[in-house]
Design a protein around this ligand. Structure first.
Ligand code: SF4
Length: 80
């Protein structure tokens, strides 16, 4: 199991968790806008790399490490 100590430094601490779990169709304007807003938070996060590695392992829904689950599936397929 991967370490999760990085969570103490998460840039999203104090953010509304719902921001990171967009609802609706993955291609709707509202969903994409919400994903972009969440990714902007991730873009300022000091532990984004650790968060992404964790999310790639656990296959969780939502925006983690600056990526959506759809994007992480693509990363997994590429074997990155
Ligand atoms: S990368 Fe994004 S989701 Fe992950 S800890 Fe940082 S702000 Fe939170």
């Amino acid at each position: 199991m991967r370490e999760t100590n990085w969570r103490a430094s998460a840039g999203c601490r104090g953010s509304d968790p719902e921001l990171f779990f967009p609802i609706g169709s993955g291609t709707s304007f509202a969903t994409l806008a919400q994903s972009d807003a969440a990714k902007a938070v991730c873009g300022r996060c000091p532990v984004a790399r650790e968060c992404l590695e964790w999310a790639l392992d656990v296959a969780v829904e939502g925006v983690w490490g600056g990526t959506t689950e759809t994007e992480r599936r693509a990363i997994r397929r590429r074997g990155a």
